[in-house]
Design a protein around this ligand. Structure first.
Ligand SMILES: Nc1ncnc2c1ncn2[C@@H]1O[C@H](COP(=O)(O)OP(=O)(O)OP(=O)(O)O)[C@@H](O)[C@H]1O
Ligand SMILES: [Mg+2]
Length: 327
């Protein structure tokens, strides 16, 4: 992707419900386009990726879930903290069977729910492992990794948790691991993208998150403005609606000619003008907020509102739109 040539880890955050999972999935498909191998990770264990790709819930295991144009591959991984803890115990303490024994005694559950910080250490640790992994050919297993990350309110803390750990452990394998993770997360190999809607709260949270991320030295990527609207009104009509110079009587001839006359052409015209006024007000608000987004001084990408929702076909369409804008 020519906008982010050096980035291999794309972290996608945003206010809840703005489209993080949708955008992360579309970005993974876009990055895979042309034959690349992309890992799409989910950190929250909510099976959003499976739902989006119309699959059964994903196990804690990397699984090929989609192909992209040009023989690209998207592999998915729903990271669960318990699985990640067992991986960790195995990797650093070779606690294969003993680890599973701990699991049986409920220790793993205890450790991952009682200490939310530990949970984030494990999740980011797993992403780090996949980021660094190389195949027998010496090449990275994945050309890029996309992380469907926690929302804006928690993102800086989530990505920074290993800096806190590094502060606790002065030496040893934990220190080495947490230093390694922070090095990757703060490098030019990482970009944290923010998804927003053109609404007050999401735009405000985007601005706040950018401030927090830069304070924590984390690299900020682009802003994806999701669910934009286009207008069927031309500039002249829009102005007339905004200024209230259009009267119901102006619409009546056209409505009558089109046969739209229930209960009466005048009543339909009045209803339409009310809707048009709301629509224009909304467009004005979106334009104002779009300017605020531009002022954040990051690359901005736009994805339209899909009126029929996001099914698998629509996801590919969004990916193509991202591809065009990233090129
Ligand atoms: N461009 C779009 N057009 C239409 N619907 C969309 C679009 N993007 C997302 N949606 C819909 O909005 C809803 C929320 O999207 P999504 O689940 O991706 O958000 P999220 O930020 O991951 O939410 P959460 O915070 O719950 O994880 C979903 O129903 C999704 O299908
Ligand atoms: Mg989600």
């Amino acid at each position: 992707m020519s906008d982010w040539p050096r980035v291999r880890l794309h972290v996608v955050t945003g206010k809840g419900g703005t489209g993080k999972t949708t955008v992360a999935a579309a970005l993974a498909l876009a990055l895979a386009t042309g034959g690349r191998r992309v890992l799409l990770c989910e950190a929250e264990g909510r099976q959003g990726i499976a739902r989006l790709f119309e699959l059964d819930p994903l196990p804690y295991e990397e699984r090929l879930i989609a192909v992209a144009p040009g023989s690209g591959e998207v592999t998915a991984l729903a990271i669960d903290p318990e699985g990640a803890l067992l991986d960790y115990l195995e990797m650093y303490y070779h606690l294969g069977r003993a680890g599973r024994l701990l699991d049986r005694f409920g220790v793993v559950d205890f450790a991952t729910t009682i200490a939310p910080g530990l949970r984030d250490v494990l999740l980011t640790g797993k992403v780090y492992e996949a980021f660094r992994r190389r195949g027998a050919d010496g090449y990275h297993t994945y050309d890029a990794i996309v992380l469907d990350a926690p929302p804006t309110g928690r993102i800086a803390r989530f990505l920074n948790v290993n800096a806190e750990v590094a502060g606790l452990a002065r030496v040893g394998p934990i220190r080495t691991q947490s230093d390694g993770i922070m090095q990757v997360l703060r490098s030019r190999g990482t970009a944290v993208h923010l998804v927003t809607l053109l609404e007050d709260m999401p735009v405000q949270e985007t601005a706040d998150a950018i401030r927090e991320l830069s304070a924590a030295d984390l690299p900020i990527g682009g802003v994806v403005v999701n669910r934009t609207h286009s207008s069927p009104l031309d500039a002249t009509t829009r102005k007339a609606v905004a200024e209230g110079t259009l009267a119901p009587a102006d619409l009546v001839p056209a409505l009558s000619a089109a046969g739209v006359d229930e209960p009466s052409p005048a009543a339909v015209a009045t209803g339409l003008l009310t809707e048009a006024a709301e629509h224009v007000e909304r467009l004005d608000l979106e334009e104002r907020l779009h300017e605020q987004v531009e002022d954040l001084d990051r690359p901005v990408y736009r994805l339209p509102t899909l009126t029929d929702g996001v099914d698998l076909g629509a996801l590919y369409d969004l990916a193509e739109l991202l591809c065009e804008q990233l090129a």
